[in-house]
Ligand binder design. Structure first.
Ligand code: ADP
Length: 258
């Protein structure tokens, strides 16, 4: 079970991601990020929050190796596997292939990396069980609700057994109830693994419920304004959401952002 909630007190834990003086200027001249410094420990759940345009997605994409910094460095722990093999990405859109069954959608990354058919079927089924979709393995995406499609997307991201999971507003298009159920499921998956998760959201509520630390960013140019440890142990329950500590963290982060 992952228990790391406050990186500052866990000096013995290895860094999963080291971000040093990262800046990003797009070709049109927009400075999306300026001088970002952030260390993320192995097994942490860290969330980036901030107004639109503060560079959350840009920073996540750079961490995941999907985009390059203009200056500065991102180091990912373990140099024995490539970026692609150890990191997975989940976007707001589930992006499933409509002509493939749920199982075959989940197995796609394994198919691309040449894993034999029997093994990829077995691994896809095992990960579908983790997201509670075993009964839908032979269904097609059009037969699923939005929340179920997102579960399939998460299963597809997990099937390659990544060490790092990058999530860009994954629950942004879902209704409140579904969103909260997925929060609990995601935390369960994370607690039962050694995953390091970096999550992007507009929702301060979501950030506080999920994260060990929240990185509050500001725009023009995108910078880290403050890093707020949540200081609440896992598993987190509904009681946390109605606790005074929860309200205090929401206020602290909201004040930082405004
Ligand atoms: P956020 O995820 O916090 O909304 P983004 O990382 O998407 O922020 O964007 C940061 C800034 O960079 C914004 O000003 C945005 O308009 C700009 N930007 C993002 N992508 C590009 C791009 N491909 N080309 C030019 N500017 C971009």
């Amino acid at each position: 079970m992952s228990t790391i909630v406050d990186y500052e007190t866990t000096a013995q834990v290895a860094d999963a991601i080291q971000i040093q003086y990262v800046s990003k200027q797009y070709e049109n001249g927009t400075i999306a990020l300026s001088g970002i410094q952030l260390l993320i420990a192995e097994g942490e759940f860290v969330t980036l929050v901030g107004p639109s345009g503060c560079g959350k997605s840009t920073l996540l994409r750079i961490m995941a190796g999907l985009d390059q910094a203009t200056s500065g460095e991102v180091n990912i722990q373990s140099d024995t596997t490539s970026h692609k093999e150890q990191a997975s990405f989940v976007f707001q859109e589930a992006n499933l292939m409509p002509w493939r069954t749920v199982r075959d959608n989940v197995a796609l990354p394994l198919e691309i990396s040449g894993v034999p058919l029997a093994e990829r079927k077995a691994r896809a089924l095992a990960v579908l069980e983790k997201v509670g979709l075993t009964a839908y393995a032979d269904s097609y995406p059009r037969q699923l609700s939005g929340g179920m499609k997102m579960r399939v997307s998460i299963a597809r991201a997990l099937v390659s057994e990544p060490k790092l999971l990058f999530m860009d507003e994954p629950f942004g298009a879902l209704d409140e109830m579904t969103r909260h159920r997925l929060h609990e499921e995601l935390l369960n998956i994370w607690m039962n693994s050694k995953l390091t998760i970096v999550f992007v959201t507009h929702s301060v509520f979501e950030a506080v419920f999920l994260s060990g630390r929240v990185v509050a960013m500001e725009a023009h140019p995108g910078r880290i304004k403050q890093i707020i440890p949540i200081g609440e142990s896992y598993p987190r329950t509904d009681a946390f959401m109605t606790s005074p500590q929860f309200g205090e963290k929401i206020r602290e982060i909201t004040n930082t952002l405004t």
